[in-house]
Design a protein around this ligand. Structure first.
Ligand SMILES: Cc1cc2nc3c(=O)[nH]c(=O)nc-3n(C[C@H](O)[C@H](O)[C@H](O)COP(=O)(O)O)c2cc1C
Length: 883
């Protein structure tokens, strides 16, 4: 793969690692400075002044490095202790080691002091009481200022543990506004003004849904109401500029909730500034300090408006839609809190607050909200309705075919297998490259193998990534996000409809008239690569995109009729598109067939252009998996355990999960690269076909070429207890075993490293057949051998549901069989309980089992529901589940 070759030459040792030990030595013991420095310092300042200055600067520098995550909390406390110790030792040493001098010397006259030779003692002795009081006050004052965060808000560390932030690499994006100075490039009103926009849509999205809905909403506001919307990522703009948005314009928030009721990563800076509280779920806004909002200039406000410091968002009007899932405890809490906060700062909410539920039909929730809120928005901005709107379709992209031999062609920017949004990233050392969803790291796949018997109904695979050459770090229980490559079937059908050569170089730049402000990572690519790597060519196209993008590009009446039927009749759309999960290529072929059947003339026939196609498709979104390795055991390698998704749709056609099948295809490549054997020679070829698989398996391709896949890590709160002696009871059937495998290996590692008090580790694992899909069998047996030797209460219970057709057993049955043991570990010994896997049936059944056994064993006077509630509140009940 043509990526990162230069970066890979760098070993982690090449990266600038802060020298922690020397920091402590230097600050704590006042290591002598060089002669040159010495002369400058000693001729200009007294030793006491230097001591104070050094102490303050050491305190400040340590605090800065801790705050930026370069230093862990224990190290930081240690360093501070050493500095203060150094300060007082120097002070006491100076006073007590010169008793004779103290006795002998009368107070020297100030005019006689030779600064170069003045001792610390003499500079102290020269002070009168007032000086001492002044200096002591300064020291206390400065320390209070430096540690104000801890003094005023002692729980800040618990929310943002420095351990996590310490793993953050140096950020190479332009940082969000650190001062309240308006930065024109990061100012929403300035950007709106220069682009002539009157609606700004801000999306907070973790996996792309909110981003996609924002773009759809923007297009429909443009087409239906002649609005001039702009879709932005909050990471690129300053929240402080909201106060300057023109009262005649409108802000629309489209925010999804993630984690346990948390803000998405791209909203985290805005969120922290708006709701800077240690308890993000229950906040009394009146006690919060608002962000340092920018003061609008007179010409930014009409004569009816004024700026009010107490209500800095008084001139702001906004609408809001949240994306959430009712199965989560804190349903849509992100949008609810941000909206209430804006209102508390004076902003006005127009239309209903939309609360989309991903557990049901979030698309439907969005469409209903959009239809109800759009007239309010149009009225606020004084826009016309579609009938007299002149706007129809505006492409998001301007696409130009480029001759590879022309001077316009920039080879440096061509076809990088990288999603990077960072300029000149390849010139930076890997340790300085921040890895996140906008900037994943193409990580080397070091292992990929199938875990189930080849005849099993479904395959589960183990994939391992090497993160040694990147700034990625993880802790056990975190999640891995993977960007897949599309399989050939849908890519090829789109290339055929476009009628282009997939290797033709093209330049794709965002259309300045479009509402979409994002761009491809590199502007030069090929038709084939854009469709393979960057776009979602599998998910069905929504009704409003059919209406706003495709319909305006269809000329023939039969073509329009075909589309209008899908746009206006929800049942027709469901039957033809959503239920069969019809891909964009399949749908376009149906349109083309409809025209052919009606004998539409060649001039009238639909012709697909790349810019129209790109405006129709969603961006490729990363797929999220629980990490199945332990960071204690393998900090530089992480693994995922993935079930390969294949099924037949309502019409009996094959449907494939894009990422799981892609990862499955890598098992061949890895096996060939590792063992030099060609595994596909003796088995039926993989379906669906991936070009990368065929290319890397072809005889002309070097076996030494690394297979690299773009990934990043998402922090999770699914964690083992800090105290290793706490018992853990874990339930994880199927791939639910994934994060629990990481937990088990972590505890094995603890035992192996000599920790003698590792508490009981109990696993309930289940699958269909013991001899076909008992994944990680040998590893589990080995692990529980070690764990039970260290603690006899460490046990593994298995349930294989289809081995005995007369009696199906599931994990919850094993829990009932061992209910006393489970109750004792959780409620009598204060253990943690973990569930991982399918959120619908399995989680419900296991929760019922937990409640039942609690009822039976808790005894009179105790409420089983309260006990379970307490378990949840104290963080001892944790779920990592998927839908
Ligand atoms: C790991 C994870 C955590 C989530 N946590 C919550 C939550 O606490 N509350 C909620 O209402 N929805 C929660 N959701 C549901 C998402 O908000 C919902 O699926 C949304 O459509 C995702 O939008 P996005 O793709 O723009 O990030 C969570 C989803 C995931 C994957």
């Amino acid at each position: 793969m043509p990526s990162q070759s230069a970066d890979l030459q760098l070993s982690p040792q090449d990266s600038p690692i802060p020298d922690i030990d020397s920091d402590i030595y230097r600050f704590g013991s006042f290591e002598p400075v060089s002669e040159a420095e010495d002369s400058i310092i000693s001729t200009s300042r007294s030793p006491l002044f230097n001591l104070l200055l050094n102490t303050f600067s050491s305190l400040a520098s340590n605090f800065r490095s801790f705050n930026q995550g370069e230093k862990s909390f224990p190290l930081f406390i240690f360093a501070i202790g050493a500095i203060l110790l150094g300060f007082f030792t120097n002070l006491l040493f100076a006073l007590f080691s010169h008793p004779s001098e103290k006795l002998k010397s009368p107070k020297p006259k100030l005019t006689k002091i030779n600064m170069k030779s003045e001792s610390l003692y003499s500079s102290i002795i020269n002070m009168d009481k007032k000086d001492l009081i002044l200096i002591t006050t300064m020291l206390i004052g400065a320390s209070t200022f430096i540690f104000r965060k801890f003094i005023l808000s002692p729980r800040i560390n618990e929310i943002n543990p420095p351990e996590n932030s310490s793993k953050k690499p140096t950020v190479s994006h332009p940082s969000p506004s650190e001062s309240s100075k308006p930065n024109v490039e990061r100012s929403i009103p300035d950007f709106m003004k220069s682009n002539n926009k009157n609606v700004v849509i801000v999306y907070g999205s973790q996996t792309g849904t909110a981003e996609d809905l924002s773009k759809r909403f923007s297009r429909s506001l443009q087409t239906d109401f002649g609005a001039q919307p702009l879709v932005i990522d909050p990471e690129d703009f300053d929240v402080e500029s909201l106060s300057r948005i023109s009262p005649n314009n409108i802000l629309i928030l489209m925010l999804s909730t993630t984690g346990e009721g948390e803000a998405t990563d791209n909203m985290s800076t805005w969120y922290k500034k708006l709701i800077s509280s240690d308890d993000h779920l229950e906040v009394d806004f009146s006690t919060l300090q608002p962000p340092d909002f920018q003061v609008p200039s007179d010409d930014e406000l009409g004569h009816d408006f004024s700026f009010d410091k107490e209500l800095p968002l008084k001139n702001l009007t906004f609408s809001a839609f949240g994306l959430g899932n009712t199965t989560y405890e804190h349903f849509n809490s992100h949008i609810k809190r941000v909206s209430s906060r804006l209102v508390s700062l004076g902003a006005t909410l127009v239309g209903p607050l939309g609360l989309g539920d991903d557990d049901d039909d979030i698309d439907d929730d969005f469409v209903k909200w959009k239809d109800s809120v759009s007239p309010f928005i149009a009225e606020h901005i004084g826009s016309s309705t579609s009938s007299d709107s002149s706007v129809s379709y505006v492409s998001d992209w301007i696409i130009t075919e480029i001759d590879k031999n022309s001077t316009e062609f920039d080879r440096e920017k061509f076809n990088r297998f990288r999603f990077s949004t960072i300029e000149n990233e390849e010139k930076l050392p890997p340790s300085e490259i921040k890895v996140d969803n906008k900037n994943p790291w193409s990580s080397k796949v070091t292992d990929a193998r199938q875990l189930c018997h080849p005849d099993n109904e479904r395959q589960i695979i183990h994939v391992e990534f090497d993160i040694n050459d990147s700034s990625i770090s993880y802790t056990t229980g975190d999640h891995l996000a993977v960007f897949p490559i599309n399989f050939d079937l849908h890519v090829q059908s789109l290339l055929d409809i476009l009628g282009v050569d997939e290797n033709q170089v093209i330049k794709a730049v965002p259309n300045p008239d479009s509402t979409n402000s994002s761009s491809f990572p590199y502007s030069y690519s090929t038709y084939g690569n854009i469709l393979r790597h960057y776009m979602d060519v599998t998910s069905p196209i929504s009704q409003d995109i059919l209406k706003n993008v495709l319909l305006p590009n269809v000329i023939s009446q039969p073509g329009k009729d075909f589309l209008n039927n899908l746009i206006n009749d929800k049942d027709a759309y469901n039957n033809l598109v959503s239920k069969p999960v019809t891909s964009p290529g399949e749908l376009l072929n149906l349109l083309i067939s409809a025209e052919s059947e009606s004998n539409v003339s060649n001039e009238q026939r639909f012709v697909l252009k790349m810019d129209v196609l790109l405006s129709m498709l969603q961006r490729m979104s990363p797929r999220r998996y629980s990490i199945s390795s332990s960071s204690l055991e393998s900090p530089k390698t992480l693994s995922a355990t993935v079930v390969v998704l294949k099924y037949k749709n309502v019409n009996g056609l094959d449907r494939y999960g894009v990422c799981s099948n892609f990862l499955n295809a890598t098992t061949d490549i890895v096996m060939r690269n590792k063992q030099g054997v060609d595994p596909s020679s003796n088995k039926t070829p993989f379906l669906p076909k991936y070009a990368i698989h065929d290319k890397m398996m072809s005889s002309s391709y070097s076996k030494n070429t690394d297979l690299r896949i773009p990934i990043y890590v998402i922090k999770s709160s699914f964690k083992l207890p800090n105290d290793p002696s706490v018992p853990v009871v874990m339930v994880g059937p199927g791939t639910g075993l994934s994060p629990l495998m990481g937990f088990i290996r972590e505890r094995v590692q603890m035992v192996n490293s000599g920790i003698s008090n590792v508490g009981p580790t109990v696993l309930f694992f289940g699958n269909r057949h013991e001899n076909r899909d008992f994944i990680y069998k040998e590893r589990l047996i080995e692990s529980f051998g070690i764990l039970s030797a260290s603690n006899p209460d460490s046990k593994m219970f298995t349930a294989f549901s289809r081995d005995d057709p007369s009696k199906k057993v599931y994990v919850q049955d094993r829990i009932y069989e061992n209910e006393e043991f489970v109750y004792k570990l959780i409620f009598e010994m204060g253990g943690n309980f973990y569930i991982c896997g399918d959120a619908k049936s399995m989680t419900v059944d296991v929760n019922k089992a937990l409640l039942d056994i609690t009822k039976r064993h808790c005894g009179q006077g105790l409420s089983p529901t309260n006990l379970i509630e307490d378990l949840k509140k104290s963080g001892r009940y944790q779920e990592d589940v998927w839908f």
